[in-house]
Write a protein that binds this ligand. Sequence first.
Ligand SMILES: Cc1cc2nc3c(=O)[nH]c(=O)nc-3n(C[C@H](O)[C@H](O)[C@H](O)COP(=O)(O)OP(=O)(O)OC[C@H]3O[C@@H](n4cnc5c(N)ncnc54)[C@H](O)[C@@H]3O)c2cc1C
Length: 575
Amino acid sequence: MREHDVVIVGGGLAGCRAALEIKRTNPSIDVALVAKTHPIRSHSVAAQGGIAATLKNVDPEDSWEAHAFDTVKGSDYLADQDAVEILTKEAPDVIIDLEHMGVLFSRLSDGRIAQRAFGGHSQRRTCYAADKTGHAILHELVNNLRRNGVQIYDEWYVMQLIVEQGEAKGIVMYHIWDGEIEIVRAKAVMFATGGYGRVFNTTSNDFSSTGDGLAMTAAAGLPLEDMEFVQFHPTGLYPVGVLISEAVRGEGAYLINSEGDRFMANYAPSRMELAPRDITSRAITLEIRAGRGIHPDGTAGGPFVYLDLRHLGKEKIMSRIPFCWEEAHRLLGIDAVHQPMPVRPTVHYCMGGIPVNTDGRVRRSPDSLIEGFFAAGECACVSVHGANRLGSNSLLECVVYGRRTGAAIARYVQERKFPELNAETYLAATKKEIQSLLDQKGTMRIGQLRQLFQDCMTEHCGVFRSEDAMKEGLAKIQELKQKYSQIYLDDKNTDWNTELIEALELRSLMIVGEIIMASAFNRKESRGAHSREDYPQRDDSNFLKHTLAYYSPAGIDINYMPVVINRFEPMERKY
Ligand SMILES: Cc1cc2nc3c(=O)[nH]c(=O)nc-3n(C[C@H](O)[C@H](O)[C@H](O)COP(=O)(O)OP(=O)(O)OC[C@H]3O[C@@H](n4cnc5c(N)ncnc54)[C@H](O)[C@@H]3O)c2cc1C
């Protein structure tokens, strides 16, 4: 058995920022960071458009209160307002701190950090490094981990969160290189495992965004919060789903239907292309449904709309959003200086997650916490995004709440002893579990079952939802779960058995998908990204509350938790 004061699972922005804060607070704390990828390959590296903070470099009248209001309104009033206040107040400070670490932000001509417009933000407050912001920040953070003596376990797949008697004690992890299994005991475990885009068949997320941390938390008997709120980003490149950043619209690009109209005028006349993502994704879906989408041959009635950048001109495109130009050129052969890009909504972000308080401590129930367990970043739900996240608020959440959670862990482990743990039991059970997966004599390929599952989620729990469709979807999920015992693996080796990892990831996808659909089924209203055709209105009297879903293989129990409303009273949400 290995032992560290703190073990952090996840090497993206949230995990790295937390690790760094623990070391800055107390260099003698022994911190390990585990990731199934190399940390620099975490999905954070793909973040493009930027990170929000009221530096007031471009719009001097901006304020944290305005940022907080935009965030709460964007969330359709489901965000916890105490958490939003922290997010927006601490934002300028974390950006300056990143700059001092060496992050290369794009500049104004006077040398200050540049800021651009973003969907749902009333001021230009998004800081950026061209359209490679995640890349710039993550590289600097990972450098800092090494400098500060954080022990990195890369390409270890974490399989289980060990919870006994209401206390998190450590993790079980599997070394992808050689199949070694290790139990790690820790005074504090933190999850920063990112999102679950791969639950759906079209997503902007990378292949490792399979929701493992969410599934492990649920399997340990802990609740997941607000999982029905799945963000569809309006502009996924058709047909692959790869992201074309909102920064492109922030810089002035138009959305055009088959009739050549800027159709956002009919959905959000005051914000147009810079309406929040839920509204813009619904607008595109409705245009396509109404036959005003476009086919690859340019005729009407097809599956996408155009994102048109041509009026921006070559110089602006190449200096502000070069990566988006590259993506369209590399994947589709399109030169966006001269041609519009085909886009449609793609699954992008997980608003819900592991419920935490503003110190990153995980909740067991609406009013109790579990010992020894923390979470931050996309896998966590401190609820700053509520029912719909604004662009550029997620990187900010990772950095603000990564830092806070790190500071809270540094305090927490001072008082805590190593928990008692019988490693042999976990070791034996894990070996048996892996062996039985390898020995399984089924008839189904992993890819086949994964595709069926992703298609089921996309068809029955997409941009628009209804009771009938979800009832069918939930029944299909039960059938597909049975088929998991029928998958077979060709690769029986321990070295680099990526097939085995895919089998484990598929299990995560299925747990997370079922929780998403069950939570969506129970929320009989439309709010933010959750859009019910059978309940088209927001219903504050019955549903202004957070969902808490408890998973067990036998079924899912749904409970609710109040929303913190201490500043902005819910109003009708119009743009
Ligand atoms: C294409 C794209 C562009 C985006 N652009 C922006 C943007 O411009 N602005 C913005 O605010 N947000 C943006 N987002 C969202 C934002 O990037 C993410 O929400 C954020 O980076 C998530 O960071 P994280 O630290 O929570 O997790 P991630 O960066 O996803 O990292 C997860 C980590 O967990 C590890 N892990 C997961 N499961 C396991 C396991 N079982 N065992 C071991 N390790 C595991 C992974 O290896 C990885 O290291 C974008 C997202 C995408 C997909």
